[in-house]
Design a protein around this ligand. Sequence first.
Ligand code: PMP
Ligand code: GLN
Length: 391
Amino acid sequence: MNLQSKLPNVGITIFTEMSALAKQQHAINLGQGFPDYQPDANLLQAVTDAMLAGHNQYAPMAGMPILLEAIANKVQAQHGRHYDPTTEITVTAGATEALMASIQALVKQGDEVILIDPAYDLYAPAVILSGGRNVRVPMLPPTADRLEFAVDWDAIHAAATDRTRMIILNFPHNPTGLILKDSDLDELEHLIDRHPQIVVLSDEAYEHIVFDEEEQRSAIRREALVEHSVLISSFGKTFHATGWKIGYCCAPESIMQEIRRVHQFLVFSVNTPMQVGIANYLQHSNVISTLSAFYQKKRDRLLKGLATTCLKPMHSAGTFFLLVDTSALGTGPEKDLAVRLTLDVGVTTIPVSAFYDDANAAASNHNLLRLCFAKQDSTLDRAVEKLQTLK
Ligand code: PMP
Ligand code: GLN
């Protein structure tokens, strides 16, 4: 059949591609972001108990009341904002579904959406499906004295127009590990002040992984931004259970009404026993308050190991990723090097260029690869040993 693709430029994701290569080559997979250890046994038990107690039929469309309530309490404790669990919070099939539902619900034909590059892979195709237009604003890449990316607010202000419907933020940021500063939120306030039609879609999937005593500065902490913001998160990252595909979004009622119109026809509702199990587990667990320290140790272990290699690590302020500069190995497309490292050294990474509109463009390649440190210490140590052979 002669079909015209709605997403002609979309292929298989870089995460799938590199994981398949890692498997084929028996390489250590520091590419796709997922832990190689189990979630807390108490969480597994809580979900099992929920199934055995009979929570196996459809949940209400927006989520099980017990989980909606738990999310409302969690957000209130973290950011001091109250979202009404009945009208302003929805449990979703991962952050992925929350993002897709929000973009389909809120972006119309011809609307412009500002993406900050490097950008997580689903944003741009989701905007295209909604009929919107992506306006991609690159971050400033690291320099000799600044070992991290920086948001280019001048370029964002210049890119905003009367047709801008949404800006998509993702902090802590995948892949760079950047977190927001107070000055970034000031700039966001200016932007919304000048263009009050803009919705801030805030992908905070890594909200509980922030290092060095810093905190998660969410857009919803600012009074002027709450009415414009959709907060999205993922339990997959927080509970070491990326395969469970459960997350949530919070937004003012008028926005949430629109998101739910799409959510109810994307999945209708999210699986029930996970919802009940997570809600019960959240009452007794300290996983959230200890998560940043847990990952900071892993980041620092990997940093120490990388110091014995020719790869130069960039600063990671949050998430379970860090970038390494590979200039010592020569220059060229990051993807080629990522493939070569898998084949020759047995360590799989993700090229940062994959998070840009055109992965092959020179402007998308800065000799940077992303490493995931959500791995057992022994996995990280073995990876470092292999990377030491690089010259
Ligand atoms: N946003 C970002 C920035 C992510 O890194 C991911 C997944 N790794 C998601 C969204 C999707 O989260 P989920 O697996 O909960 O759908
Ligand atoms: N978000 C994960 C990452 O950045 C991958 C998720 C996926 O495979 N789609 O590695």
